[in-house]
Design a protein around this ligand. Structure first.
Ligand SMILES: [Zn+2]
Length: 345
């Protein structure tokens, strides 16, 4: 993995390139940013640059033995610290204190082949206080060859003593244009789909790739949009019951269905409040969205989201799924067609 293969994140890449080129590398970094933004990819590129046998301008060559092993995840001096690395069995993904202690023992053994030893620690913000205190001992007296790269979504749960000993680099969300370009070049997405998933990704390339890889995504999105159109168009309750039945059938992938529903409702609300349909996340079905918005008021579109948020919380609390989605659709339907709705709630 080379820095030049990574989309976006120019400032972060520039800073690490300069560090690798000058040799002024800190003992510990903290990469902070949303899931899927590229923290691990950048950490691997940085590790490659540090163990590469023929680096140039801070960039790895990509072809030497060190680079090849690094890319294959088998370089003995580049370690990704997870509980399983040291045989620590945990039911959760929380990074265990035993894991950090095992890492601590290993870190003082000199590098095998490279000049440096790099420890990449994903989910560093899941470390317990005990684990962090164990890590602190390394951060206080790191071996000269050691580079620690902590990855986290939110550094708020890290101890101030840990924070004061790491160089923090913030990873901003990736722009929609960079994400779309990545989807096209790396995953072979056509431009229309690349643009859709880039807009839906919230600045996370990993998320965009995951959505692109979901073969049911577009059909589910189109189904939901069509059910919404029927719900706001047909005064009779058949559309309401059909929509409810459809949602009951999606229980096994409810997270994805809720996610798509939320994106549609946000688009509907924004268009109802004057935003151009061409700028919506689901701009590729702008006509359908515009039809839906033509049937409801801006006020109703806002209340649709409020109703959705309320029932999504119920679903998160494991309240009966079928009942939850049925009541949600019924409230949307009543809100659209029943003039006395306000007096009922
Ligand atoms: Zn190399």
């Amino acid at each position: 993995m080379k820095f030049s293969d990574i989309y976006g994140l120019e400032r972060v890449k520039e800073r690490l390139l300069r560090a690798a080129e000058s040799g002024r590398v800190s003992h510990a970094y903290l990469f902070e940013g949303i899931r899927g933004v590229g923290k691990m990819t950048v950490a691997r590129a940085f590790a490659s640059a540090l163990v590469c046998e023929h680096p140039s301008g801070g960039e790895s060559c990509g072809v030497c033995h060190g680079c090849v092993m690094c890319d294959a995840g088998s370089h003995p001096d580049v370690r990704v610290v997870e509980n399983s690395l040291y045989g620590v069995e945990k039911k959760t993904n929380i990074l265990a204190a035993e894991t950090i202690r095992a890492m601590k023992k290993e870190i003082y053994l000199k590098p095998y082949t490279a000049d440096r030893k790099i420890y990449i620690i994903p989910n560093a913000d899941t470390m317990t206080e005990q684990a962090q205190n164990s890590l602190l001992k390394i951060l206080e007296e790191p071996p000269a060859y050691c580079v620690l790269i902590l990855l986290c979504e939110n550094s708020g749960s890290l101890l101030p003593t840990v924070m004061s000993r790491v160089v923090k680099l913030s990873f901003p969300p990736i722009s929609a244009s960079d994400t779309a370009e990545c989807l096209q070049k790396k995953f072979g997405a056509d431009p229309k789909r690349a643009a859709l998933f880039a807009r839906m990704s919230g600045g996370s390339i990993g998320r965009a790739a995951e959505l692109f890889g979901d073969g049911d995504f577009l059909k589910t999105r189109d189904d939901l949009a069509n059910y919404f159109l029927r719900l706001v168009s047909e005064r009779g309750s058949v559309a309401m019951y059909d929509f409810s039945k459809y949602l009951k059938g999606t229980k096994s992938r409810s997270d994805r269905v809720f996610e798509i529903t939320e994106a549609l409702l946000r688009d509907i609300m924004l268009i109802c409040h004057g935003k151009a349909a061409s700028e919506a996340a689901n701009a590729d079905c702008a006509e359908l969205l515009t039809d839906i918005c033509g049937k409801i008021t801006p006020q109703i579109s806002t209340e649709f989201i409020e109703i959705f948020d309320k029932y999504r919380r119920f679903a998160d609390q494991k309240v009966n799924y079928n009942m939850t989605v049925h009541c949600m659709v019924m409230e949307w339907w009543e809100r659209t067609h029943d003039r006395d709705y306000r007096n009922k709630i």
